[in-house]
Design a protein around this ligand. Structure first.
Ligand SMILES: Cc1cc2nc3c(=O)[nH]c(=O)nc-3n(C[C@H](O)[C@H](O)[C@H](O)COP(=O)(O)OP(=O)(O)OC[C@H]3O[C@@H](n4cnc5c(N)ncnc54)[C@H](O)[C@@H]3O)c2cc1C
Length: 382
């Protein structure tokens, strides 16, 4: 077993680290306060080869392996969950999904533009009555001679208001559950595609764009079908396998950011005439944080490495996502405590990380759903 990164992987990590620390982290607080996604970073991520990281160069991608891409997510997660979340959707759920399921024409048409940031992607699965139970979605598709016509409502769609291309999941017949679903590539300029900001103010990911999308007689050409008719649920789940790795790696980055902040803070803050890092209770907390972050990191790298070997990784990715997001939530909570009153204010980034991590436990399958996936691999489906 060789745990060392290759020189190519080290180089990608360095590129991502430089970008995250010098271009993302310095503006993360302002973006969070304003509630605006820093759109100029999209083209930059394109120049850096991140937007279609694992896609082959012939389609505009950087052709990187999944370990490298996990490192990109980790570094971005260290700086800002909203920017990392953008990438997990744009690349993990959209670009890789088109790579896996698209026809040659669809790949040539969309992947190069997604790779530069000329186009932004979003993934439209969740609906008011279909969240964890995605097979119960109600958005309908009607097949006509020369078109598919979509009607329905999607919510919580990351990048939804800024996207040029949406992968939309719709059913031909709700009684057929997952077998009745198809996936469609819908350009967001298509008449009948309406979008607006989600109501309410989010707990975290405040710089992310989250949309409610209404499809009203939204007519797309026959060649907008992604995969075969009735294969949409498989398309959706395979995309989530890619996206979840991004969420898990992002959680590792977020937890590492909390640990780094705590080491800095506890070695400078003094109480009772000593650095607070000199108190054993603080040291124990830091040590537990470090152990948890390392364990999560290696679960993520293992899942990414297995993907690189072409092995099935659904269970391993779910284990990585479950463990990494749960420990990151604990680490972020401890980090706020270790910062005392300062941790309660957005003067310090741990406050934002503490709010953001909750989203990672929810999207792309909640922690409950990850447990269901893992348990199904252990004991089968009843
Ligand atoms: C920040 C953010 C970004 C998002 N981005 C996207 C996006 O880009 N595209 C998209 O399609 N969706 C997106 N979502 C939606 C997200 O995927 C759903 O919120 C998530 O899948 C949960 O669905 P739900 O909110 O309907 O909760 P529900 O499914 O109603 O679940 C409510 C609670 O019940 C639990 N539960 C449900 N079923 C079971 C069960 N069988 N056993 C045990 N517990 C269960 C859940 O774990 C949860 O705790 C996003 C959500 C957030 C918060």
């Amino acid at each position: 077993m060789d745990f060392r990164l290759t020189p190519e992987q080290e180089a990608v990590r360095q590129r991502a680290r430089d970008f995250a620390r010098h271009e993302v982290a310095p503006i993360a607080r302002e973006a969070d306060e304003k509630g605006e996604f820093p759109l100029h970073l999209v083209r930059r991520m394109g120049e850096l080869g991140f937007l279609c990281g694992p896609v082959a160069p012939e389609y505009g991608g950087a052709g990187m392996d999944y370990v490298s891409f996990a490192l990109v997510y980790e570094e971005l997660g260290w700086a800002d969950a909203s920017v990392r979340g953008f990438l997990a959707v744009h690349a993990g759920l959209v670009s890789l999904c088109i790579r896996d399921w698209g026809t040659e024409e669809q790949k040539r048409k969309y992947l190069p533009r997604l790779a530069t940031g000329e186009m932004i992607g979003c993934y439209c699965l969740t609906e008011p009555n279909a969240g964890s139970d995605a097979a119960s979605l109600e958005t309908r598709v009607r097949e006509e001679e020369d078109a598919y016509v979509l009607n329905g409502e999607k919510i919580w769609i990351t990048n939804g208001n800024i996207a040029d291309l949406a992968i939309v999941f719709a059913t031909h017949d709700p009684s057929r559950r997952h077998r009745g679903i198809s996936a469609f590539l819908v350009e967001t300029s298509t008449p009948g595609f309406r979008r607006e900001k989600m109501p309410g103010k989010e707990l975290g990911h405040r710089a992310s764009d989250h949309a409610r999308i209404v499809l009203e007689e939204c007519r797309v050409p026959k060649d907008a079908l992604l995969g075969q008719p009735g294969e949409g649920f498989k398309v959706a789940m395979s995309a989530l396998d890619h996206g979840r790795l991004g969420v898990a790696a992002g959680a590792v980055g977020l937890a590492q950011a909390c640990l780094d902040a705590c080491v800095d803070f506890t070695t400078t803050r003094r109480q009772f005439g000593r650095r607070i890092a000199d108190f054993q209770m603080i040291q124990a907390t830091l040590a537990d944080m470090a152990a948890a972050v390392e364990a999560a990191r290696w679960l993520v790298y293992r899942a990414a490495w297995m993907k690189d070997q072409g092995l099935p990784t659904t269970k391993e990715t779910s284990i990585a996502k479950l463990f990494a997001t749960e420990i990151a939530a604990k680490v972020a909570s401890e980090a706020v405590l270790l910062h005392g009153g300062r941790g309660y204010s957005n003067e310090y980034p741990v406050e934002r990380h503490y709010r953001d991590i909750k989203g990672l436990q929810i999207y792309e399958g909640t922690s409950h759903i990850q447990r269901i996936i893992i348990a199904r691999h252990l004991v089968g489906k009843g």
